[in-house]
Ligand binder design. Structure first.
Ligand code: SAM
Length: 286
């Protein structure tokens, strides 16, 4: 089987199965061999690795992964793609396709079943409409995941990798930063896909910390503080946090906590680091 990662072969396969890309599943197939190679390279896949791919589509990235890895487990929601994948991956005996919604599968169970509980690497050209829920599910599942190397919207890659003071800094930067170090590998233009998405894309690699970056008594409370701070971005922390009853704090509580940390009492969330949010969370909860 010749590689699918080009325009002619992709169109030919879609035509043979009388298919077109489904918008509702975020289908934009990669047709750029260089980008496919770079993704596998950035993920550092070796022949000892078990890779979890999300959304194999017609198998363009899966082919490259199957060549490089020991095993590939790919979760695809669209059952009409199963006969296509049977065909395009027929040369590989190390690929398992699971027909399911990735948001419903037991990630930990996959790690146990297919890699005997050893850490896996996640690689994907993600469906953009559910990028954040997928990333958060992967992190929060507690499954042993060494790294996540994914194609996402450029704007989302920028938000993942942003630090305090940057216009893209927000709850996604902090949530990702709690679990992993984010690094943008490359920008990818719309012309690398069929059909072309109407936004720019980027490949981002999230390398998971062995321990979360900060120690915090209650990470659920920390994330609620972070979400609240950025929901009302223009408000001071004292105003926004005291407005959220579920946090159970008054304006004065927040002001006192900030002052005790040496932070301006009129500070907004966008100026605080993850470490400062963690300290604030512990103080407000005590
Ligand atoms: N990997 C292929 C490629 O690079 O050409 C296809 C990538 S396409 C951007 C996203 C893929 O994710 C599609 O195959 C789509 O059907 C699949 N998908 C969408 N939502 C999904 C979900 N909830 N669970 C699993 N797969 C999903």
């Amino acid at each position: 089987m010749a590689y699918l990662g080009n325009s002619a072969r992709t169109k030919e396969v879609l035509a043979r199965y009388n298919m077109s890309a489904k918008k509702k599943f975020g289908q934009n197939f990669l047709i750029d061999g260089n980008v496919l190679e770079e993704i596998v390279e950035a993920a550092g896949i070796t022949d000892k690795d078990c890779v979890l791919e999300i959304g194999p589509g017609i198998g363009s990235l899966t082919q490259y992964l199957a060549e490089a890895a020991e095993r590939v487990v790919a979760v695809e929601i669209d059952k009409t793609l199963l006969p296509v994948l049977d065909d395009t991956l027929s040369e590989y005996d190390n690929v398992t396709i699971i027909n399911n919604d990735v948001l419903k599968v037991d990630i930990d169970g996959i790690v146990e079943e297919y890699n005997e509980g050893r850490p896996i690497k996640v690689v994907a050209n993600l469906p953009y409409y559910i990028t954040t829920p997928i990333i958060m599910k992967l992190f929060e599942s507690g499954a042993l995941i060494e790294s996540i190397t994914v194609m996402v919207q450029k704007e989302v890659a920028d938000r993942m990798a942003a630090g305090p003071g940057n216009k893209d800094y927000g709850s996604l930067s902090l949530a990702v930063g709690f679990y992993a170090e984010a690094h943008t590998v490359m920008d990818v233009p719309p012309s690398s896909f069929i059909p072309q998405p109407n936004v720019g894309s980027a490949v981002v690699r999230l390398t998971r910390y062995t321990e979360p970056k900060v120690r915090v008594r209650d990470s659920g409370y920390l994330f609620e503080i972070i979400r609240t701070s950025f929901n009302q971005r223009r408000k001071t922390l004292s105003n926004s946090l005291s407005n959220n009853a579920s946090l159970g704090v008054s304006r004065d509580d927040v002001t006192r906590a900030l002052v005790s940390m040496g932070i301006d009492e009129r500070a907004r969330g966008e100026t605080l680091t993850l470490e400062q949010f963690a300290e604030l969370s512990d103080i407000l909860q005590s």
